[in-house]
Design a protein. Structure first.
Length: 109
């Protein structure tokens, strides 16, 4: 069995220390990521400082790791959250260009 890209848990409410409740989508595309708009964290993906975006995304990653049990049917070794992707909030399926920042591993961007 090979897994492609899919959303595992859409619209999941997570309590992020310092930011309150946010809604994330947990998706898989080779590894698991949390997706949410930067606006939910009081930030703008295009104009906020990179350090602020990285700190907020890392807080989301840690909160999801503590609050969500992930499962990978191919291998439980792959059942972990690798990072968080902050978006500009635009629909990724629209014709309009979108912007995001992916923060993964040890706060790599």
């Amino acid at each position: 069995m090979q897994l492609g890209f899919f959303t595992m848990q859409p619209h999941l409410a997570i309590d992020v220390p310092g930011h309150g409740k946010v809604v994330v989508d947990i998706s898989y595309g080779g590894t698991f990521y949390a997706f949410l708009s930067a606006e939910q964290l009081g930030l703008d993906v295009c104009s906020s400082k990179t350090r602020d975006l990285v700190s907020a995304a890392s807080a989301v990653t840690e909160a999801v790791k503590k609050q969500v049990k992930l499962h990978n049917p191919e291998s439980e070794d792959l059942a972990f959250l690798y990072g968080t992707i902050l978006t500009d909030g635009k629909d990724a399926f629209s014709e309009e260009p979108t912007t995001n920042i992916c923060v993964f591993a040890d706060e790599q961007v």
